[in-house]
Write a protein that binds this ligand. Structure first.
Ligand code: BEZ
Ligand code: FE
Length: 260
C-alpha cells in the first residue's frame, strides 16, 4: 500500500483511527467470525433510530466535552446527550415546565442566577431546560409521553434570577433494547445515568453553555455509564413539607458565563 502523509485534518484523524484499529486486530488476532459479528452489529446500529448517536454519546462524548471546556472560566460544561430537542416551548412567568396532571415525580422548584464572570447579572439570559420525569422517561423518545413534556425555555429577570417549577428527575438506564444495549450487556455494564437536569444557557453577550445539574442525595452519582458527573455541577436537593400532608423539593444553581 502506498502511503502519502495526510494533509487535511480528516486525513490525519482517519490515519490514526485506521492505524489504531489495525493494531487492535493484530493484537487480539481478530478472526473472520469476529470481524463479521462486528460488521453485523454496526449494521444493526445503523438501522436503529438514535442508536449511533446514543453509542457515541455513551462511549466518547465526555472526552470531546472535556476538551471543549479547556481552561475556560465559568460554569463547567457537560455533554448534551442524545435527548435534546430544539424548539421547546417558550414559557411565560411564573415558569412551569409543561407536564401532565399525573406526571410521575415529586414537585421540584429549581431556582438560581445567571451571571457573567465579572459578577454582573445577565438579565434576559435564556435557559433551555429538558429532563426525564420521575420514572426516567424523556418526551420524544419514550412512547406515550406528550410532545415537549418537561421541556421549555425561560428567561432570567433584571437581576439575572430564574425560578421554574418541574418534577424531580430520577436516574435511568440509557435505552438498552438496541445495539448499544447489546454491547453494554456483553461488557457486563449497567447502562445507568444518575438523576440530572439538562440545560443550555445563552445570552447575547456571553459564551453559550450546555451543561447538566446533578444531585448529592443520589446513591447512583458515582455509577454514571457516561462518566459525565463533575463535582462542580452537583447541587443539593432539599425536601419541604407542603402543609397538606405532602412534600416538595427545592434546589438552586448559580450559572456563570464568560463574556463573548
Ligand atoms: C443523557 O443524559 O441524556 C445522556 C447523555 C449521554 C449519553 C446518553 C444519555
Ligand atoms: Fe439525560
Amino acid at each position: 500500500m502506498t502511503t502519502t502523509a495526510p494533509t487535511t485534518r480528516v486525513g490525519e484523524i482517519f490515519a490514526d483511527v485506521h492505524a489504531a484499529l489495525l493494531e487492535i486486530i493484530v493484537k487480539h488476532r481478530v478472526t473472520w467470525e469476529e470481524f463479521r459479528a462486528a460488521t453485523a452489529w454496526l449494521t444493526e446500529a445503523g438501522q436503529q433510530d438514535y442508536e449511533i448517536p446514543l453509542m457515541l454519546d455513551v462511549f466518547l462524548s465526555t472526552a470531546v466535552d472535556d476538551l471543549a471546556h479547556g481552561a475556560a472560566e465559568g460554569t463547567e460544561c457537560n455533554v448534551e446527550g442524545p435527548f435534546y430537542v430544539a424548539g421547546a416551548p417558550v414559557l411565560e412567568r411564573p415558569y412551569v415546565l409543561p407536564r401532565r396532571d399525573d406526571e410521575p415525580g415529586q414537585k421540584l422548584v429549581f431556582s438560581g442566577t445567571v451571571r457573567s464572570t465579572d459578577g454582573s447579572p445577565l438579565a434576559g439570559a435564556t435557559l433551555d431546560l429538558w429532563q426525564a420525569n420521575g420514572i426516567g422517561e424523556y418526551s420524544h423518545f419514550h412512547p406515550g409521553v406528550p410532545e415537549h413534556n418537561l421541556r421549555g425555555r425561560l428567561n432570567t429577570d433584571d437581576a439575572g434570577r430564574f425560578e421554574v417549577e418541574t418534577v424531580v428527575p430520577v436516574g435511568y438506564h440509557v435505552p438498552l433494547a438496541g445495539a448499544t444495549g447489546r454491547l453494554l450487556a456483553a461488557l457486563g455494564r449497567e447502562g445507568f445515568r444518575p438523576c440530572h437536569l439538562h440545560l443550555k444557557v445563552t445570552h447575547p453577550n456571553a459564551v453559550p453553555l450546555t451543561t447538566q445539574i446533578y444531585f448529592d442525595h443520589d446513591p447512583m452519582i458515582d455509577s454514571d455509564v457516561v462518566g459525565a458527573v463533575k463535582p462542580s455541577l452537583v447541587t443539593t436537593l432539599t425536601t419541604h413539607n407542603d402543609g397538606h400532608g405532602g412534600s416538595y423539593a427545592t434546589c438552586s444553581y448559580d450559572f456563570v458565563l464568560p463574556a463573548s
